[in-house]
Design a protein around this ligand. Structure first.
Ligand code: NAP
Length: 246
């Protein structure tokens, strides 16, 4: 299936590992011009090598901490300069610390806001002029199923993902006239380092092993298994109809 992504310039945040990296790989397989960004240059190099080995394409990589407005500005500029513009922005970041309301003080709330909501706001603000000058584009905000049903013990994620969804819905009207479509992706349990980290802590809290915890958790999933990050079908929501870059 041709998703119309060939030659599109795509910036994917937090893409050295996990969901962001898998999305970057799938975009590259479709012939998109991919820019990957996160804090660790070493991990980004691994992601870039994987993309090269799988597709023969050279992804652009740039160091970016989503907590830094300057890093965000620099990273988006890097993507625009290397691909000659920007068509698609994927906002993403690491997950916030787990915990309940009683565990969280002002610093935790501020940290969660900056990591998972303000970062998306800043990336979108930086990307918008470029999407507009391309004649339209796509924004995909990576959030969580918690936008529909909060997850116990993930209060920071629950609150700020809901904010991301509110941002998406608000901007969908504001940006429609510019030909910019915006959506939230709300993944369930996808087997990445984030899930291992969260499950290890939950297992420890319950006095069980990681394996015991995950066996029980998977029983609640109708398919009977966790998702895997690699699934090209997710890309159908990224299809863009603006002109192809040359
Ligand atoms: N996996 C799931 O089942 C699932 C479900 C729902 C929601 N989510 C959410 O989806 C997002 C991605 O999760 P994942 O499973 O892909 O996690 P992951 O495998 O742990 O990867 C996290 C990525 O985020 C980057 N990152 C972390 N903090 C960053 C920062 N301050 N600035 C820039 N990049 C940063 C990491 O790279 P560096 O360390 O190089 O910066 C890494 O590339 C998280 O917010 C997670 O909570 C995941």
């Amino acid at each position: 299936m041709n998703l119309g992504l060939s030659g599109k310039s795509v910036f994917i945040a937090a893409s050295s590992k996990g969901l962001g990296r898998a999305a970057a790989l799938e975009f590259a397989k479709e012939g998109a011009l991919v820019t990957i960004a996160s804090r660790s240059l070493g991990q980004l190099e691994e992601a870039r090598d994987e993309i090269r080995a799988a597709t023969g394409q050279e992804a652009t990589m740039v160091r970016m901490d989503v907590l830094s407005p300057d890093d965000i500005k620099n990273a988006i500029r890097h993507a625009v300069d290397s691909a000659g513009g920007l068509d698609i922005l994927v906002t993403n970041a690491g997950g916030p610390p787990s915990g309940f309301f009683s565990d969280m003080g002002d610093e935790d709330w501020t940290g969660g806001f900056e990591l998972n909501l303000l970062s998306a706001i800043r990336m979108i603000r930086e990307a918008l002029p470029h999407l507009k000058s391309a004649g339209g584009g796509r924004i995909v905000n990576l959030a969580s199923t918690s936008v529909k049903q909060p997850i116990d013990g993930l209060i920071l994620s629950n609150v700020f993902r809901a904010g991301v969804q509110a941002l998406t819905k608000s901007l969908s009207s504001e940006l429609a006239n510019d030909g910019i479509l915006i959506n939230t992706i709300a993944p369930g349990r996808i087997a990445t380092d984030r899930i291992t980290e969260l499950d290890s802590k939950r297992a420890e809290d319950q006095g069980s092993s990681l394996e015991q915890f995950q066996t029980a958790a998977v029983k609640a999933i109708p398919l009977g298994r966790m998702g895997t990050p690699r699934n090209s079908r997710v890309l159908s929501s990224f299809t863009v109809r603006s002109p192809t870059r040359t």
